[in-house]
Design a protein around this ligand. Structure first.
Ligand code: PGA
Length: 261
């Protein structure tokens, strides 16, 4: 895993936006995997800025989101479809038909999961997958104990995740207990993963993900087996890493070989 430690949340968003803008410029038909949550909001704001100011073109880009709450429709204030429309899709020129978020109202749900996998395959697979990380080490809604080979599935949320997400709902009782979520196996097939983490609340999960053993108890740790994962962390999220000095040193030294890569 390539680990970059930057000063603060703004710097995470900036660096991630540079990577995605560069990738879209290089391949206008990029298939982008996207995440919801507080962490990628700054990244999405910068992509909208890049679209407006520099004409970053999303007209041929295809997107697949990681997950959606079961039972929430696209119009629901807290649905991830609505989040994406508001935070990114509405501000860039992506074609609505090319944006995919699992349908949380689908019946049967298992068919929706299979269809989602098929659509990803038919799009040629995901080129870059944006990821946040939960305090319990989850990526997407792959909570501790989820198979590291899992595909898109109906995932149960832990009490901790429900509490963490309750801030967006009137009460914890309103947070859905299930979601449709890409599996770890699905995420691992993305050609590149971009994991973002900010704040002291994520420091333990980040340590376990990057430096702990690979285990389904920390599903993000599967990324240690991924051939091209970039983790962008702020100082607070990186605070528990044993090898933080090494990651910083690598980053500082990169210019020495950049031209040869
Ligand atoms: P957050 O959520 O970005 O809102 O912290 C991350 C996650 O739970 O995956």
């Amino acid at each position: 895993m390539d680990v970059f430690i930057v000063k603060d949340y703004d710097a995470i968003s900036e660096r991630a936006a540079e990577i995605l803008s560069g990738a879209i410029t290089q391949n206008p038909r990029l298939v982008l995997g996207l995440a919801t949550g507080s962490t990628p909001e700054g990244l999405y704001a910068r992509l909208i800025q890049a679209h407006r100011a520099q004409g970053l073109d999303f007209s041929q880009v295809t997107t697949f989101n990681l997950d959606e709450y079961v039972g929430l429709g696209p119009e629901h204030e807290q649905s991830y479809r609505r989040f994406m429309d508001e935070k990114l899709f509405g501000g860039v020129n992506v074609r609505p038909d090319n944006t995919h978020v699992p349908n949380g109202l689908a019946v049967p749900l298992l068919q929706e999961c299979r269809d989602y996998e098929r659509m990803i395959r038919e799009a040629g697979g995901i080129d870059i997958q944006v990821l946040g990380i939960g305090r319990d080490g989850h990526i997407a809604f792959n909570e501790p104990g989820t198979s590291l080979g899992s595909r898109t599935h109906v995932a149960g949320l832990t009490r901790q995740t429900i509490e963490d997400n309750a801030r967006f709902f009137d009460s914890p009782d309103d947070v859905p207990r299930f979601a449709i979520s890409m599996g770890i196996g699905t995420i691992m097939e993305a050609r590149k993963c971009l994991m973002l983490a900010s704040g002291a609340g994520k420091a333990e999960a980040v340590r376990a993900c990057i430096e702990g053993p690979i285990t389904s108890m920390i599903t993000a740790s599967a990324l240690q087996m991924h051939p091209d994962t970039v983790a962008i962390l702020d100082e607070a999220a990186a605070a528990k890493l044993d090898r933080a000095d090494f990651y910083r040193w690598q980053d500082e030294s990169r210019h020495l070989i950049e031209e040869r890569l």
